[in-house]
Design a protein around this ligand. Structure first.
Ligand SMILES: Nc1ccn([C@@H]2O[C@H](COP(=O)(O)OP(=O)(O)O)[C@@H](O)[C@H]2O)c(=O)n1
Ligand SMILES: [Ca+2]
Length: 497
């Protein structure tokens, strides 16, 4: 007992010096690890926002995007957080009452004020981009187009966001930014994967954009857009067909049909039993068709339906010109198009129409799709109205045409075949964000897609903290070893026991 007590008393680890050193060592390790953890802890998640208004020909929609505040330059994912559909028609429809164009945006803008946290308001960029509706208005009446923009600008500047301007996008921009959106959301750009083409069908124009290996941009430089994104170069083919959105294409078709007999149109693209009286002044009130108005046409014409897909396809074919092509390959109207390559995402009206018709599944053979559409077109109008009591008659009357037009545009216009038809996917959203040009437009204007691949931290946070801890413990053990001069006494005493 006494020997044990003596040993305990003489144990060098129990001397005040070693106890103090040990305590200091432990405190140092705790301090080191705490500093490492606190210094490198991810900040509480804060977000930044951006707002884009898509002023389309048929309507305006507002999109709010959100991304983590500390990562806006490279790794943070930008996502659509909210969207708001503006009531009423597109801003180009307010040519004779421009102030109403501004007023129409108010409701969605007030919602945006609530959705974006108020302390972020002043730094949230706000963009408005107008597409084919304003392109057409600008062509026929540039003063009216300016007045609409002035009214829209004044209305938007009343809100506390950072207003960045309202302008008409070129068709090239519209096509290219749609492609950026689709490939950004699919994370194909960041990972350097093969990209997906983008097919956008609007009311007044339609866009096709894709990367093709055998296209270097030299054959038709106007259709070429070059991007360097995340360290990869992309040579994108893009084309926008003005007047080939589904609403203007419908006018082109009707205008063509009224050429032969101006009093009545028996339309194979309308359902049997459909019957309406339409005004010539309304039909020809667009630069897409205004030069075709028949001389001495009456004020109105009777529009009736016969519901025959095959004849509808023939009428629809007439809106395309396949005769002149001065390039190696063309789509239609003498426009160059390289050979199709890869998958395609088809969005906006492509999706809305095909979804309504239950035809979004492209694994269904094209012939079967046509059979289904044939049956739909042949369905009597009163039955169609009965089956869709809530749908607007104006839209309901056009789905047979729209479906036929989409198939014709894809197969005869762009040269998709019954084999490559399944390369197309009809999509509305990707991971919760709408497919469309708005996200790509904002990513571009805020420089949110870097040209070079971002530098990632070599270790994730948890790995970093673990390594710091292990090294600290090792240093401490080494330190204890450095106190070895004290050890032999201890071991000798243990041997004595
Ligand atoms: N729920 C919806 C929304 C839009 N749409 C159609 O989708 C098209 C959208 O075109 P848009 O207003 O973006 O026109 P652009 O300026 O892009 O040519 C219009 O033809 C609308 O009628 C639809 O069919 N169903
Ligand atoms: Ca559009």
């Amino acid at each position: 007992m006494s020997a044990q007590r003596e040993m305990k008393e003489k144990n060098p680890w129990h001397t005040p010096v070693t106890i103090i050193i040990t305590v200091i060592g432990v405190i140092a390790i705790v301090a080191l690890v705490t500093v490492a953890v606190v210094q490198n802890r991810p900040l509480p998640q804060k977000y930044k926002y951006g707002i884009v208004l898509d002023a389309g020909s048929s309507h305006t929609a507002l999109y709010i995007y959100e991304w983590p505040a500390e990562k806006d330059n490279n790794t943070g994912r930008v996502e659509q957080k909210h969207s708001c559909k503006v009531d009423g028609p597109g801003i180009s429809s307010y040519a004779s009452a421009p102030l109403k164009a501004g007023q129409s945006l108010r409701e969605c803008m007030q919602k945006a004020e609530k959705w974006v946290p108020s302390k972020r308001h002043h730094e949230t960029p706000l963009y408005l981009g107008a597409t084919a509706g304003m392109r057409l208005l600008n062509m026929v009446d540039s003063v009216a187009s300016e007045d609409v923009f002035q009214a829209v600008k004044e209305a938007l500047q009343k809100f506390p966001f950072s207003y960045q301007g309202a302008r008409i996008l070129s068709g090239q921009e519209e096509g290219a930014f749609g492609w950026v959106t689709v490939n950004y959301l699919d994370e194909r750009l960041k990972q350097g994967l093969e990209t997906t083409g983008a097919l956008d069908l609007g009311g007044a124009s339609t866009q096709i954009s894709f990367v093709s290996d055998n296209y270097d941009g030299s054959e038709s430089p106007n259709n070429s857009v070059n991007f360097r994104l995340y360290g990869n170069d992309y040579n994108l083919y893009t084309h926008s067909f003005l007047c080939y959105g589904k609403d203007q294409a419908h006018r082109l078709k009707l205008a063509h049909q009224t050429q032969s007999g101006p009093n009545a149109v028996a339309d194979p693209c309308s359902h049997p039993g459909y019957n309406a009286t339409k005004k010539y002044s309304v039909l020809y009130d667009s630069p897409c068709v205004s030069d075709r108005k028949p001389q001495g046409a009456p004020a109105t014409f009777h529009h009736t339906g016969t519901g025959n897909l095959q004849q509808c396809q023939e009428v629809v074919r007439n809106v395309f010109n396949f005769t002149d092509c001065k390039y190696s390959h063309c789509s239609f109207n003498g426009v160059f198009q390289p050979i199709l390559q890869g998958g395609f995402g088809a969005f906006s009206a492509y999706y809305f129409v095909m979804d309504f018709l239950n035809l979004t599944d492209t694994t269904v053979p094209l012939e079967a799709v046509k059979e289904q559409l044939k049956a739909y077109c042949a369905t009597p109008w009163d039955q169609i109205v009965q089956q869709h009591p809530k749908a607007k008659l104006k839209y309901l009357a056009e789905y047979c045409f729209s479906g036929t037009y989409i198939l014709s545009l894809l197969t005869e216009g762009y040269n998709f075949t019954s084999v490559t038809y399944s390369d197309i996917k009809f999509i509305e959203k990707i991971k919760g964000s709408d497919a469309g040009w708005t996200l790509g437009y904002m990513l571009n204007l805020t420089n949110m897609i870097p040209a070079e691949a971002p530098d990632f931290p070599p270790l994730p946070h948890a790995g970093y903290v673990s390594i710091v801890t292990i090294i600290a413990v090792l240093i401490f053990i080494l330190f204890l070893f450095s106190l070895r001069p004290l050890w032999p006494r201890c071991s000798k005493q243990q041997q004595i026991v």
